[in-house]
Write a protein that binds this ligand. Structure first.
Ligand code: SF4
Length: 65
């Protein structure tokens, strides 16, 4: 499983990093969220799924490699 960000949709709201999965995402002053761990460890999958669910623009997804 790999995290994919749609840079057109991401508006750096920070929901994914501030509220859901700070171990995985960061928005350090960039226009698009940075994914620190594109292949999330198993223990972070629930947090990643919540980040996907609550991203206000639907910019995140998980894809199978
Ligand atoms: S992926 Fe979604 S929640 Fe995360 S910074 Fe971008 S728009 Fe905000």
């Amino acid at each position: 499983m790999r995290i994919v960000v749609n840079p057109v949709l991401c508006q750096s709201h920070g929901v994914c990093t501030e509220e859901e999965a700070p171990e995985i995402f960061t928005v350090g002053g960039t226009k698009t969220v940075e994914v620190k761990q594109p292949i999330p460890p198993a223990e972070q999958l629930d947090a990643v799924r919540n980040a996907i669910k609550y991203c206000p623009t639907g910019a995140l997804s998980l894809v199978e490699d």
